[in-house]
Design a protein around this ligand. Structure first.
Ligand code: AMP
Length: 288
């Protein structure tokens, strides 16, 4: 059976034309939702777009591999890009507007202004990727200003990113409502990620250890364990059994403040981890 194609997405590549379109949209009184992505879309992204289509009459999906959030030795050049497949997947969901700017459109040669959050962004991934959240906030701030959405939708898969964006919105009065949706997983538990494409079969199997260790931690908390040390010790132990997996961090933190917790508070604590599976950096988290 072939899937129904609802409509070809309307694609914009330059800011001025997109804004012209959005001016008309707003004149018609339509609510605007923004879903920022770096493309190579999977079910995790599509869940965000489906939610946007339910919440708003105009859905803008952006596809932009943002160079400013990659470090010099990271995977900017090899990051998966497949515009045609992305547009097909979006077209099947309903009527969406897609913004796919080139790098020059977003960053003029003399670009020199950045958004830097000084607290929540400095721990966890901020330690090993010091340029990352500055790049993310700068591009998301730009997209908020370009699109001026009523709502913007992000994934809990990137829990620290969602918290840091929420903080930027509050601190800088962006006037957009942030909605965060649960992580979409593969059948075996692996959190969906565009970077999963990098994994060989053997690496893919070892990568399962990440979500397995998170589920094990949740199970411990359900059994009554409240000690962060015990949970982290178990997670570290489980991951250490996998030759290809090298832990970057595993931390229990408060879901909102991202402050480390010594005691787990069910519903309020989050276990977040990042690990290398050989040369592929993956992150995942679970609410305990
Ligand atoms: P990315 O293309 O990786 O920058 O992600 C774009 C958006 O999709 C971000 O808000 C991510 O948090 C979200 N996202 C990525 N993977 C998943 C997933 N497995 N489940 C839910 N949301 C996701």
């Amino acid at each position: 059976m072939t899937e129904t194609v609802f409509s070809e997405p309307q694609v914009f590549r330059d800011i001025a034309t997109l804004q012209q379109h959005l001016t008309e949209v707003r004149q018609e009184g339509r609510k605007v939702a923004l879903v920022p992505t770096m493309g190579a879309l999977h079910e995790g992204h599509l869940a965000l777009v489906r939610k946007a289509l339910k919440e708003a009459q105009e859905v803008v999906v952006t596809i932009f591999v943002n160079p400013k959030q990659f470090g010099p030795n990271e995977d900017l050049a090899s990051y998966p890009r497949d515009e045609e497949t992305d547009l097909k997947a979006l077209g099947k969901l309903g009527k969406v507007t897609v913004f796919i700017p080139g790098v020059e459109e977003m960053y003029s040669g003399d670009f020199s202004t950045f958004v830097d959050e000084a607290q929540l962004s400095k721990g966890l991934c901020g330690v090993s990727r010091p340029q990352f959240f500055r790049g993310v906030l700068t591009i998301v701030g730009k997209l908020f200003n370009i699109v001026r959405p009523d709502i913007a939708i992000f994934g809990q898969k990137d829990a620290q990113q969602a918290a840091v964006i929420q903080k930027m919105v509050r601190d800088l009065h962006f006037g957009v409502e942030i909605i965060t949706l649960p992580t979409v997983r593969e059948e075996d538990g692996l959190a969906m990620s565009s970077r999963n494409q990098y994994l060989s079969k053997a690496q893919r199997e070892e990568a399962q250890a990440l979500s397995k260790s998170l589920f094990e931690a949740k199970e411990m908390v359900e059994q009554g364990v409240r000690s962060t040390d015990r949970v982290i010790a178990e997670v570290t132990h489980l991951l250490a059994q996998h030759r290809r997996v090298r832990l970057i961090y595993a931390q229990v933190i408060d879901t909102e403040t991202l402050e480390p917790c010594r005691e787990i508070v069910p519903g309020q604590s989050l276990l977040a981890l990042a690990a290398w599976v050989d040369q592929v950096r993956l992150i995942d988290n679970i609410r305990l």
